[in-house]
Design a binder for this molecule. Structure first.
Ligand code: FAD
Ligand code: NAP
Ligand code: SF4
Length: 677
C-alpha cells in the first residue's frame, strides 16, 4: 500500500532482479573510516544505523581499485581477497537491517593527492600538487582489469552492486572531456573515443559479475568547467553506458575544480534536479537526481513529477540516520536537517580528519558518542539556549535527566537566529525547528525571558549547572570607536539599523564576510533568492549547450561600496571553511568588495576610517564602520572558586572559549558533556 505521507518517494523500485524498498539513496561520502582496516567495525555501526533508519540504498565512500587510483596515500583500496573480510562486516550489518548497499569504485585520476597518479593526459589538476602520468595502452588495460577485479571482490564481500564513479572530475570524467583528454590514439579525440574507457569498464564488469548485480554509474551531467561536455555528448555517453550494462544512473554535477558552487548552503534546494530529468528522457533505465536535496517534500516532488526515479541524499544521512523512517511516519518536523554547511563533513575530509556532522556529532562516531538512559536521573540546569545549550539540554533529557533550560531572550537559538538572517544561510532555521521539537519531545523545561543569577541557580538545588551563555561582541580599542558612524554587527543584523552606501567592516572573520554579503542585498527580492537569478549570477546554463554548462555570468552593479579589513597580512578569508570559503570570496569579489589585509586602524571621525597599510596612511570616506572584530566569552555565572559541595558547574560553547568558536564545536561540546553526566 502506498505510504500516506510520501507515496512516490517511498514506493519500492523494481530493478528486475532485485527490489529497493524505496526511492531514497544515501549517496557516497568519504568518512575516513573506510581507509583503515581497524575502523571497519565503526564503519559497520555507522551504516547499520542508516539502514535501520529505512533508506532504500546505500553507497559506500569511494574505494580505489588500485594504488594509482588512491585519492590520498593509503586510501581505502580493494585489490586483493584479504579486503573482503573487512567489507563483509559492513554488508552483514546493512543486510541485517533489510538494507541494500553498493560499493563505490573511485579512481581519483589526476585528483589523487599522492605521487603515483595517472590520467588521460599529463595535465596537472589545479587542486593537486602532483603531476599525473598519462596512461599508455598497457596502463589502460591494467586499469580496466583493476576495475573488474575490484567489482568481483565487492560481489564476494556481499555488496548488492557497485557504483562506478564517473563524475566530479575523477579519472573516467578526465577521459570523457577534452579539458583533460588530449590524446590522439583510440582513447582520445572524438566522443566515441573519449567514452571508450568507461564503456569498456562497464562491459567487462558486467561480464564478470553476471546479470544479477547492480552496476550504478555516476554520470557527470553538467561538468561546469571549460572544456566540459555538451548535452549531446552527455546523452551519447549515457546511451552507450546503458547498452554496456549499467543498471541505473546516478548523476553528478560539477567537477571538484569547478568555480561554481554545487552543494554549499547558498545553492538553492534541488537546483540541478531538472538536468537529471532531461537525462531520464534520453535513457530507459532509472535515473537518480542529486545535489542539495535535503527534505522529503522536495524529494517527493522530484519523483512525483517524473523528474527522476530515485533521489540521492548524502549529507542529510549524516545529519539524521532516521530520515526515511521519520518521513514515512509523518514526523518531518523531527528530522535533523542537513544545513549544507560542510563544516564537519567535507571540510574534515579535505583536511584529512574523520567526517562527522555539525548538527549531529554522533555521525561516524556511533560507537564512541552514545546516548543511553542513565540509572540515576539528575537535576540539571542549562543556561543559554544557543546551539551549545540546546544540544546539552536535549541530550541530557533524552538520557533521562530532569533538565531546565533558561534563556534571557524570548526565543531559542542564540547567535544562530542571527546567522539565519544572512542571505544563503536560510537553512539554519531548520536546526532551530529541530531543536524546538527535541525540547518538546524530551521534556526539557524551557524558561524563556529568564536572565538567571548564580544565587538563584544554586538555591534551586540542581546537581549540575551548565553555563552556555555564549559571547559578547568585542569592542576593539580604536580612537573614535564610540563615534555615531560606528555600529556593531548586532546593530545591523539583529536591530536592523539603517546602513549607508559606503561601509568599512573591521574584521574579516566568518561574521565580517557574512555582514558584507548581507549588505550586498537590497532585500527587495524575498529570500531565498530565486533559482534563475542564482544561475545567472554564477553563469550556469542548465541546458549545457557548451562548455559543460558554463556561460558568462550576469553581474548587477553592487548596491554598496564595501571595504572588508583585517590586521593580519594573510589572505583575507584564509580562515573560512575549506570547501565554502572560496564561494564567499568569489561572491564578494564579483560585487567589488575591497578586501584589505595588513591594515592598521588609526581612528574613526567625521571623515571616516583612518587606516595605514604598508606605512601609507589613507582615509576611507565611509558612512558607517561596522565592528566584526571577534567575540569574548560571557562567563559571569561561573563561580569564582571551586566548591566541594553544591552543584557542579560546567562551561560549554562560546562561554567556554570564544576564539575559534563555531556551532560545530558548540553542539559537540554540549552533546559530549550531557552524555557523560
Ligand atoms: P550563543 O549562540 O551565543 O547562545 C548563548 C545564549 O545564551 C543566547 O541565547 C543568550 O540569550 C543566552 N544568555 C546569555 N546570558 C544569559 C543569562 N545570563 N541568562 C540566560 N540566558 C543567557 N557558526 C557556524 O558554525 N557556522 C556558521 O556559518 C555561522 N555563521 C554565523 C553567522 C553569524 C552572523 C553569527 C552571528 C554567528 C555565526 N556562527 C556560525 C556562530 C555560531 O552561531 C556560534 O558559534 C554559536 O551560536 C555559539 O553557540 P553558543 O550556544 O555557545 O552561544
Ligand atoms: P573570527 O573569525 O575570530 O574573526 C574575527 C575578526 O576580527 C578577524 O578578522 C580578526 O582579524 C579581527 N579582530 C580580532 N580582534 C580584533 C581587534 N582587537 N581589533 C580589530 N580587529 C580584530 O570571529 P567572528 O567573525 O566574530 O566569528 C565568530 C565565529 O563564528 C567564528 O569563529 C566562526 O567560526 C563562526 N562563523 C562561521 C561562519 C562560517 O561561514 N563558517 C560564519 C560566521 C561565523 P585581525 O586580528 O587580523 O584583524
Ligand atoms: Fe550537512 Fe553541515 Fe552536517 Fe555536513 S556538517 S552533513 S553539511 S549539516
Amino acid at each position: 500500500m502506498a505510504n500516506a505521507h510520501f507515496p512516490h518517494l517511498l514506493e519500492p523500485l523494481d530493478l528486475g532482479f532485485t527490489t529497493l524498498r524505496n526511492r531514497v539513496m544515501m549517496g557516497s561520502m568519504h568518512t575516513g573510516l573506510e581507509d583503515r582496516f581497524y575502523n571497519y567495525g565503526k564503519l559497520a555501526a555507522y551504516f547499520r544505523e542508516r539502514a535501520r533508519g529505512g533508506v532504500g540504498l546505500i553507497v559506500t565512500g569511494g574505494i580505489s581499485p588500485n594504488r594509482q587510483g588512491w585519492l590520498l596515500p593509503f586510501g581505502g583500496t580493494m585489490n586483493f581477497f584479504g579486503d573482503v573480510f573487512n567489507h563483509r562486516k559492513v554488508t552483514k550489518a546493512v543486510h541485517e537491517e533489510d538494507g541494500k548497499i553498493v560499493m563505490q569504485i573511485l579512481h581519483a585520476g589526476r585528483y589523487g593527492y599522492q605521487p603515483f597518479i595517472v590520467s588521460a593526459s599529463d595535465k596537472q589538476a589545479p587542486i593537486s600538487k602532483f603531476k599525473p602520468k598519462a596512461l599508455d595502452e598497457a596502463g589502460i588495460e591494467k586499469t580496466i582489469k583493476a576495475y573488474v577485479r575490484c567489482a568481483k571482490l565487492a560481489q564476494q564481500s556481499g555488496y548488492d552492486g557497485v557504483e562506478i564513479m564517473g563524475s566530479e572530475g575523477y579519472l573516467l570524467n578526465q577521459f570523457l572531456c577534452v579539458r583533460t583528454n588530449h590524446r590522439t590514439d583510440r582513447w582520445g579525440g572524438s566522443i566515441e573515443n573519449r567514452m571508450r574507457l568507461p564503456v569498456e569498464i562497464v562491459k567487462r564488469v558486467r561480464a564478470a559479475v553476471g546479470e544479477k548485480f547492480i552496476i550504478m554509474y555516476r554520470h557527470s551531467i553538467l561538468d561546469l568547467v571549460e572544456g566540459g561536455n555538451s548535452w549531446d555528448e552527455v546523452v551519447a555517453v549515457a546511451q552507450a553506458l546503458e547498452k554496456a550494462g549499467v543498471t541505473l544512473f546516478n548523476t553528478g554535477i560539477g567537477w571538484h575544480e569547478a568555480r561554481v558552487p554545487t552543494i554549499v548552503t547558498s545553492v538553492p534546494r534541488a537546483a540541478f534536479a531538472s538536468v537529471s530529468g532531461r537525462l531520464k528522457q534520453a535513457v530507459s533505465i532509472p535515473v537518480i537526481a542529486s545535489n542539495r536535496i535535503n527534505m522529503p517534500a522536495q524529494a517527493e516532488d522530484i519523483i512525483a513529477s517524473g523528474t527522476a526515479d530515485m533521489v540521492s541524499m548524502a549529507r542529510p544521512f549524516l545529519a539524521d540516520p532516521e530520515f526515511v523512517n521519520k518521513a514515512a511516519t509523518g514526523r518531518v518536523d523531527e528530522i535533523n536537517t542537513c544545513i549544507a554547511c560542510n563544516q564537519a563533513c567535507l571540510d574534515h575530509t579535505f583536511s584529512n580528519q574523520r567526517a562527522s556532522c555539525l548538527v549531529n556529532p554522533r555521525a561516524a562516531h556511533e560507537t564512541e558518542l552514545v546516548y543511553t538512559k542513565k540509572p540515576i536521573a539528575k537535576r540539571i540546569a542549562v543556561v543559554g539556549a544557543g546551539p551549545a545549550g540546546l544540544s546539552a539540554a536535549t541530550v541530557a533529557a533524552s538520557c533521562g535527566h530532569d533538565v531546565s533550560l533558561f534563556d534571557s531572550s524570548d526565543s531559542i537559538g542564540g547567535q544562530f537566529k542571527i546567522a539565519m538572517q544572512i542571505p544563503g544561510k536560510e537553512e539554519f532555521k531548520e536546526t532551530l525547528r529541530y531543536f524546538a521539537k527535541r525540547v518538546e519531545m524530551t521534556g526539557v523545561k524551557l524558561h524563556l525571558n529568564r536572565r538567571v543569577t548564580r544565587e538563584e541557580l544554586v538555591a534551586q538545588g540542581f546537581d549540575h549547572i551548565i553555563i552556555a551563555t555564549g559571547i559578547t561582541p568585542r569592542k576593539p580599542r580604536i580612537e573614535g570607536v564610540d563615534h555615531p558612524k560606528v555600529m556593531s554587527y548586532l546593530d545591523v543584523l539583529l536591530h536592523k539599523k539603517p546602513v549607508g552606501k559606503k561601509v568599512a567592516i573591521i574584521g574579516a572573520g566568518g561574521i565580517g564576510f557574512d555582514v558584507a554579503e548581507y549588505l550586498l542585498h537590497d532585500f527587495a527580492t524575498p529570500l531565498p533568492i530565486p533559482l534563475s537569478k542564482w544561475l545567472g549570477e554564477w553563469g550556469i546554463d542548465l541546458q549545457a549547450k557548451q562548455n559543460g554548462g558554463l556561460v558568462a555570468p550576469h553581474v548587477d552593479a553592487p548596491i554598496r561600496d564595501i571595504y572588508l579589513l583585517q590586521r593580519k597580512a594573510s589572505k583575507v578569508g584564509a580562515g573560512l571553511g575549506k570547501t565554502s570559503g572560496w564561494v564567499h570570496r568569489a561572491t564578494l569579489q564579483r560585487n567589488q568588495v575591497k578586501m584589505m589585509a595588513a591594515v592598521e586602524y588609526k581612528k574613526i571621525d567625521d571623515q571616516g576610517l583612518h587606516i595605514s597599510v604598508a606605512g601609507q596612511d589613507q582615509v576611507l570616506d565611509v558612512d558607517h564602520v561596522i565592528l566584526c572584530a571577534g567575540q569574548e566569552s560571557l562567563t559571569e555565572l561561573m563561580p569564582t572558586q571551586v566548591s566541594e559541595t553544591g552543584p557542579k558547574f560546567h562551561k560549554i560553547g562560546g562561554a567556554a572559549l570564544a576564539s575559534e568558536l563555531d556551532a560545530k564545536r558548540a553542539i559537540k561540546e554540549g552533546a559530549e558533556l550531557a552524555a557523560s553526566l
